[in-house]
Ligand binder design. Structure first.
Ligand code: GRF
Length: 209
């Protein structure tokens, strides 16, 4: 499975994927390139350290949003990916990209969808909302990307308990450690094994218990 990973920030989810490939937890996949919209993303550094092509397509270099989106799509297509992985990617994926890769783009979201997702729930926002509502449980979701925001078929979810004294930052970290860094590599491996399909808008995983 040829992967292209889109990032915007620190890249800890990218790191989890790279580690899982190295340790054999993900079999049959390689990262062809890491693409960031943000030139300062530490994720680019992580990719380079791993000997992986790291490129930036910055919206600032284009006068119109659609030109940036076109350039990003062309860049991604150039690597002929079987799967596009959004790992902390803050770019709203344009419809042309979704159409070019139907059920072949996955995203990680730091909440249990359909709670605390959609436009506006990025970064610390879902965790702030979880604490504000007094939820006892939150978690993370890996899903296919469709035309909406965080609305595509759900592949994997993992729950994480909220604890007394949690701040949004503490909770964000625990959701990453206990959920995101596990279900993202697991979802990629399941897809690489050819066990994931979408039927009537819902994900089926072969022999998954
Ligand atoms: C993660 O919380 C992810 O769920 C969200 O953005 C964050 C990215 O972190 N979409 P990193 O860049 O993978 O460290």
């Amino acid at each position: 499975l040829n992967l292209v990973v889109l990032v915007s920030g620190g890249g800890t989810n990218l790191q989890a994927v790279l580690d899982a490939i190295d340790s054999g937890k993900i079999r049959n996949a390689r990262v062809a390139a890491v693409i960031s919209n943000n030139p300062k993303a530490y994720a680019l550094e992580r990719a380079r350290k791993h000997g992986i092509e790291a490129v930036c397509v910055s919206p600032g270099r284009f006068s119109a949003r659609c030109d940036f989106e076109k350039a990003l799509l062309e860049k991604v297509k150039g690597y002929r990916p079987d799967l596009v992985v959004l790992a902390g990617c803050l770019v709203v994926i344009p419809p042309e990209m979704v159409e070019a890769f139907p059920n072949r783009i996955i995203n990680i979201h730091p909440s249990l969808i359909p709670s605390f997702c959609g436009t506006g729930f990025y970064g610390l926002k879902p965790h702030e909302a979880v604490l504000k509502r007094g939820c006892r449980v939150t978690g993370a979701t890996v899903h296919f990307v469709d035309a909406g925001t965080d609305s595509g078929p759900i592949i994997l979810q993992k729950a994480v308990y909220v604890q007394e004294g949690d701040t949004p930052e503490i909770l964000q970290r625990r959701v990453m450690e206990e959920a995101e860094w596990k279900i993202m590599p697991e979802a990629i491996n399941l897809i690489a094994e050819g066990r994931v399909s979408v039927e009537n808008g819902k994900v089926k995983i072969k022999d998954y218990t």
